[in-house]
Design a binder for this molecule. Structure first.
Ligand SMILES: Nc1nc2c(ncn2[C@@H]2O[C@H](COP(=O)(O)OP(=O)(O)OP(=O)(O)O)[C@@H](O)[C@H]2O)c(=O)[nH]1
Length: 195
């Protein structure tokens, strides 16, 4: 039987960049044009095979609106990985992404895996952020980077596969889940289901 490993993952980024849409596409293979902004945070899970393990992603989709910023530490604390999302058609959202990376480096878990998602790549004709800029930045901070489209289901699986591959294997001498979340101790704001 395959071992199931629970990995807490949080999504961070400006409001409207498509965090909930990415999670919705990944977990339910669905896209909603009229999705409403997240209030507080929302939670979903998905289990995927990775080598001889199963990775159960415990996904916290945070609200990007500034008024919820102070809640973010609850969601990145204890996370094995963070998906930091920007919108390739909005330079400002790339600036916000850099602020999230700075916050994670200062206050996040020491070995957190960072994955940058340049979402809405289906809108590349109105792009403001060149892929080259994102790649250079990701390399400078040791993050994965991929351009995604939640709308057209581009690179969503690949994003999470990239995270799975970067998660260090379990130390066989350790009796525990690296990055696993203790659900019972987690407090959360109002949840909004994404679909
Ligand atoms: N064209 C296009 N639109 C997208 C894509 N992903 C999301 N959207 C749209 O962008 C808008 C915002 O999407 P959300 O998923 O709610 O964004 P969010 O980052 O979760 O926003 P907050 O909950 O406020 O933080 C919605 O109208 C989505 O339909 C995409 O890949 N392509």
């Amino acid at each position: 039987m395959m071992a199931i490993r629970e990995l807490k993952v949080c999504l961070l980024g400006d409001t409207g960049v498509g965090k909930s849409s990415i999670v919705c596409r990944f977990v339910q293979d669905h896209f909603d044009h009229n999705i409403s902004p997240t209030i507080g945070a929302s939670f979903m899970t998905k289990t995927v095979p990775c080598g001889n393990e199963l990775h159960k992603f415990l996904i916290w989709d945070t609200a990007g609106q500034e008024r919820f910023h102070s809640l973010a530490p609850m969601y990145y604390r204890g996370s094995a990985a963070a998906v930091i999302v920007y919108d390739i058609t909005k330079q400002d959202s790339f600036h916000t992404l850099k602020k999230w990376v700075k916050e994670l480096k200062e206050h996040g878990p020491e070995n957190i895996v960072m994955a940058i998602a340049g979402n809405k790549c289906d809108l590349s004709d109105i792009r403001e952020v060149p892929l080259k800029d994102a790649k250079e930045y990701a390399e400078s901070i040791g993050a994965i980077v991929v351009e995604t489209s939640a709308k057209n289901a581009i690179n969503i699986e690949e994003l999470f596969q990239g995270i799975s591959r970067k998660i260090p294997p379990l130390d066989p001498h350790e009796n525990g889940n690296n990055g696993a979340m203790k659900l019972g101790k987690q407090t959360t704001q109002t949840s909004r289901r994404c679909c």
